[in-house]
Ligand binder design. Structure first.
Ligand code: FDP
Length: 375
């Protein structure tokens, strides 16, 4: 196991030492054993569970787990701590504004997009278990350690989602999806590694850089949320076993495009507004998918980015936006569709493929399906 390395990554990055009178981390047993028993229960300390400890527990579900998966995920936690530090200081350093380049999507890259991408690439490329890194910001996947016998995973990510919100101090996020090298794949065929349906994700998650920094992840065994404690420099378990409410009070959509939506979506939105579903829904739209989804996960309701006249295939990207969000939604008891089928069943044909995405609570998703079927 790489426990020593993992523990180092959870040490404070700020130089500020934790206040041991009020906060203590439960020691990670060298054998990765139970975290439940607090060996030193006192009233003066508040035991915390870090994301690293949690991952070590979770990976025990995988037969023969060697610790490499938790080492891989620690690359994500380290990188996102670095990104959040830059986001928090964004107005003070020369990091706001456009970088001057246009990415593969034809979008102007922000300086923070580029920074976030480089940090993730840097932190993940040294993990030997990763063979491929694919990002929204790179046209082609990057092969790293591809031919190492230890390389088992492809990590696909959007380093900074919602970047049009960066300059105005509104929440942004990072999304990630982890796929396993397909069984029997020996040639290092990048396409086979990356173009797998979302149902094959072995882990997925996101980080919201909002009023606090929150990491939400799943390895297919429920959804767990961790808030970054800036004094300790660690993601600390704050939302265990998250469950999406079965019905919410908000819908989240860019209403400016309503005239461009297929008629079924307009009918559905009208039903939400009309009170026919038990109450009149309110609208909330941030324009950062991660932040809009995070609210939907906590409060229930529905987030929609339907097809439009200008984006008939939707705007959001299947592999690194829709798939991780869909896996988390399903693991939390919600659902995700592209309007025709379950998002996680879609066989991708291209790394940067776009998709419509409608994700939310069961009551709203049932209703959407009914309305779309009739339209
Ligand atoms: P952004 O372009 O600012 O990066 O997929 C990217 C995304 O933001 C999502 O985060 C967000 O939900 C959506 O696009 C916003 O698009 P609209 O401005 O068309 O509503």
């Amino acid at each position: 196991m790489n426990v020593g390395r993992q523990q180092r990554e959870e040490t404070p990055m700020t130089g500020t030492q934790p206040d041991h009178r009020s906060v203590v981390t439960t020691e990670i047993p060298a054998h990765g054993g139970s975290l439940e028993a607090d060996p030193y229960p006192t009233q003066a300390v508040r035991p915390i569970v870090t994301v690293q400890q949690h991952i070590l527990q979770e990976q025990k579900r995988f037969p023969g787990a060697s610790g490499e998966f938790s080492w891989l995920l620690s690359g994500i936690t380290l990188a996102t701590k670095m990104i959040q530090a830059e986001v928090r200081r964004a107005g003070l350093t020369d990091i706001l504004g456009s970088h001057g380049n246009v990415n593969v999507q034809g979008e102007v890259q922000q300086k923070l997009d580029v920074y976030a991408n480089e940090v993730l690439m840097h932190c993940l490329s040294v993990r030997e278990s990763i063979g491929i890194l694919a990002s929204e910001e790179n046209e082609r996947p990057l092969t790293v350690n591809l031919h190492s016998p230890h390389a088992k995973y492809a990590v696909i990510f959007d380093p900074l989602d919602g970047s049009s919100n960066i300059d105005v101090n509104v929440s942004v996020g990072t999304t990630f999806s982890i796929l396993k090298r397909p069984d029997g794949e020996t040639t290092g065929d990048v396409t086979q590694w990356v173009l797998q349906p979302g149902s094959r994700q072995v882990a997925a998650g996101y980080i919201v850089y909002g009023s606090s920094t929150i990491l939400v992840y799943t390895v297919g065994n429920g959804v767990h949320g961790f808030t970054l404690d800036p004094l300790v420099g660690a993601y600390v378990l704050s939302h265990e076993n998250m469950q999406m409410p079965t019905q919410g009070i908000y819908y989240s959509v860019n209403e400016a495009y309503q005239n461009d939506f297929p008629p079924g979506y307009v009918k559905f939105l009208n039903r939400l507004r009309s009170g026919e579903m038990g109450h009149h829904y309110s609208s909330r739209y941030i324009g950062s998918m991660v932040a809009d989804f995070h609210r939907t996960l906590l409060k229930g309701g529905v987030f929609l980015y339907p097809p439009t006249v200008s984006n008939p295939r939707g705007k959001l990207r299947l592999l690194y936006e829709a798939n991780p969000i869909a896996m988390i939604a399903e693991q939390a008891g919600g659902r995700a569709t592209n309007g025709k089928s379950r998002v996680l069943d879609v066989q991708p044909g291209d790394i940067h493929q776009r998709t419509p995405l409608i994700v939310g609570s069961t009551v709203e998703m049932d209703e959407l399906e009914k309305v779309l079927q009739k339209s």
